[in-house]
Design a protein around this ligand. Structure first.
Ligand code: AMP
Ligand code: GLY
Length: 425
């Protein structure tokens, strides 16, 4: 009998996961909660929000779901994996205790320090006086400083600045004005690292791991990394900087030690570990971990994987990942996010989306913020769609994806024109 899977989430990342799972010969039926109009073409969407752990659990029990895959971080922090596991249901993702690798920067920095895993030097500050003092150490030497709210802050909890006033204001906002609630009760003040950033996606089963792939995100809204930060404006896989030698260094000095450390601490890490690295002159150093797949990185990872995804995800939950390998479908895969006018600030919704029927057959379009209004696909979020093309190399994939992007239009559309360009240098 074919298997039933449930994907929790509603963005482009979850659309890409559903798209990949739909190709598995083992999968009979896919549900998504709550899903979106793109996902609805491949799965049955059920109206249960990602925060409703009990509702999701009841649904999974009632439908006899064989594997649940959690997209976003919030349900992981809420303990969805602990609750499903206690009910005897198989689920892909870390426990709440293990998800602290994303949920608490203080936990993570202290763990890295304890186990000698390379990361920027830091101080944990419990009040604003000590934070001002710690930040002053860098600023007074005319060096930039990095301020990080301990907990989740919707991607706004990190400030990098060399400006004394800006640093002071950020500390006041986080610690005394409680801009992020309790997430800012403690602040990590750290050294600013210099180098190229790389994201590594590793499947883990608590003891063994498999590096799926690496990617580079484009966080700023405008070309040449200008303008404010966004959720991510585009991504591409396996940047040329990621050599077999670098893979060896990253796995032996960072990934394997972190997984062993989590086991040692009694919180074995299962699921996907998303490691944000800075490739410094002294070697790779950890910037952050996420306890989930990246968005929009997943939209380029999934089409680049040849293997059936289902057995890999099941092996993470079952603790049988050891010896697994992953084969690539394409050397290059590039995704461009099409955003609403004004994003990441205020933007309008409900703009008709045109041109999707003009795309070539091998182009993938993953929905992030769309809705159906009287049968017409319209915009319904800041990031609207990701357009993704594979290629034999980055030049080919980039050339293809931008030809396709030009066929799509909606009022206010904007996107970056330089996704993946770094790979061509
Ligand atoms: P995080 O959420 O910790 O990854 O921080 C978000 C972004 O802030 C990272 O992707 C980096 O661009 C930047 N960042 C974080 N920590 C540092 C650091 N120690 N040095 C330089 N940039 C950093
Ligand atoms: N693309 C960044 C993230 O998923 O956190």
């Amino acid at each position: 009998m074919g298997k039933k899977v449930l994907v929790v989430g509603q963005g482009g990342r979850e659309h890409a996961l559903v798209w990949k799972l739909a190709q598995s010969p083992q999968v009979d039926k896919i549900y998504a909660a709550p899903g979106n109009p793109g996902i609805a073409q491949l799965a049955e969407c059920v109206d249960i929000s990602v925060d409703n752990t009990l509702g999701l659990l009841e649904f999974a029990l009632q439908e006899g779901i064989n594997l649940t895959i959690v997209g976003p971080e919030a349900p992981l922090m809420n303990g969805i994996v602990d609750q499903f596991t206690a009910a005897g249901l198989k689920i892909f993702g870390p426990s709440a205790a293990a998800a602290r690798l994303e949920g608490s920067k203080v936990f993570t920095k202290q763990l890295l320090h304890k186990y000698g895993i390379p990361t920027a030097s830091f101080e944990v500050c419990e009040n604003s006086d000590s934070a001002h003092k710690a930040a002053g150490f860098y600023i007074d030497q005319d060096k930039p400083v990095v301020l990080k709210a301990d907990g989740l802050a919707a991607g706004k909890g990190v400030v990098v600045t060399a400006d004394k006033q800006e640093a002071a204001d950020a500390i006041e906002a986080m610690m005394n004005q409680h801009a992020f609630g309790q997430a800012g009760d403690r602040v990590v003040v750290e050294e600013c690292l210099v180098g190229e950033e790389l994201s590594v996606f590793t499947l883990c089963d608590g003891k063994d791991f498999l590096t799926l792939m690496t990617a580079q995100d484009h966080k700023r809204v405008f070309d040449d990394d200008k303008g404010p930060n966004t959720g991510g404006m585009g991504a591409y896989v396996n940047p040329p900087i990621y050599t077999p030698e670098l893979k060896e260094v990253i796995e032996s000095r960072i990934i394997a030690p972190v997984i062993a450390a989590m086991q040692e601490e009694g919180h074995p890490y299962k699921g996907v570990l998303y490691t944000g690295l800075m490739l410094t002159a002294d070697g790779p150093q950890v910037l952050e971990f996420n306890a989930r797949f990246g968005d929009p990185e997943t939209q380029v990872l999934m089409p680049a994987i040849k293997d059936d995804l289902l057995p890999l995800l099941e092996a993470c939950a079952d603790g049988t990942l050891g010896g697994s390998q992953v084969e690539l479908e394409a050397n290059a895969c590039v995704g461009v996010v099409l955003a609403s006018g004004g994003y990441p600030g205020d933007y309008a919704k409900g703009k008709p989306i045109k041109g999707l029927d003009q795309l070539s057959g091998d182009t993938m379009v993953f929905h992030a913020g769309t809705a159906l209004k009287e049968g017409q696909l319209v915009t319904n979020g800041g990031r609207v769609l990701a357009v993704v093309c594979r290629g034999k190399d980055n030049a080919e994939a980039i050339g293809k994806v931008y030809k396709e992007v030009e066929k799509i239009s909606f009022d206010g559309i904007h996107y970056r024109h330089d996704i993946g360009r770094r790979a061509l240098r």
